[in-house]
Design a protein around this ligand. Structure first.
Ligand code: DX5
Ligand code: ZN
Length: 222
């Protein structure tokens, strides 16, 4: 299981230290949630944060996993890739020409991801899966960290897994929102290969203990 720590849940006043602590504790990627206050009712960060984390990613081999929850993401794809994004994921709900945006992300040297809100059916992305490096199932309504996992997401993960096995077997299946030690095994067994965790990594007293608990809970029956 690839673990991608959602930095929105970290102590933003110590972002660099928190990111390093998470990577030292065994997190694989850093998940950067970009929100514009229009597609979702929250505003977060821009390319400068990707740029600030790039040296740490180079030093540790971590991937910068950028999740664009913004209208018309095509406007900012180049800026996020120039800032150092390894993956750029866009919402199907924000792209009238999804294939073109995904192809453009790849043409700029990054890996392309597509995602969809809990209320959006998988049929909305079915025709785009052959052109992605990752498909992301939102298991909460996007906008905030610390929300509860939507239980129906598990069946959606299973159905997306089947679709990917047929059309894009090499693509990652990422799940994002409300994942913690109590449900990570269910998420992985349903077919997730990348798990995003914000509160479950940065919440509470110890990042190292959190990461260990997630990994232990995700491991197949010993
Ligand atoms: C929600 C974001 C998620 C969220 C994950 O809009 O896309 O990445 O921050 O945080 P947790 O794991 O706390 O739900
Ligand atoms: Zn996210």
């Amino acid at each position: 299981m690839i673990l991608s720590a959602s930095i929105i849940a970290s102590d933003a006043a110590r972002l660099g230290a928190q990111a390093r602590e998470a990577l030292d504790a065994g997190v694989d990627w850093l998940h950067i949630d970009v929100m514009d206050g229009r597609f979702v009712p929250n505003i977060t960060v821009g390319p400068f944060v990707v740029n600030a984390l790039r040296p740490l990613a180079d030093e540790t081999g971590a991937k910068l996993d950028v999740h664009l929850m913004i209208e018309e993401p095509r406007r900012y794809v180049d800026d996020f890739i120039a800032a150092g994004a390894d993956l750029v994921t866009v919402h199907v709900e924000t792209c009238t020409r999804l294939h073109r945006v995904l192809a453009h992300i790849r043409s700029r040297g990054a890996m392309a991801g597509v995602t969809l809100n809990p209320g959006t059916p998988l049929s909305a992305i079915a025709e785009a899966l052959s052109g992605v490096d990752m498909a992301l199932v939102m298991s909460v309504d996007p906008g905030f960290s610390g929300q509860k996992y939507i239980p129906e997401s598990t069946d959606k993960i299973r159905r997306l897994r089947d679709m990917l096995d047929r059309t894009a077997p090499r693509a990652w299946l990422q799940v994002d929102g409300g994942v913690y030690a109590g449900n990570v095994r269910e998420v992985v067994q349903a077919g997730a290969t990348v798990v995003v965790a914000g509160n479950a990594v940065f919440g509470g007293a110890s990042i190292a203990d959190n990461v260990q608990a997630l990994r232990k809970a995700a491991a197949p029956e010993a």
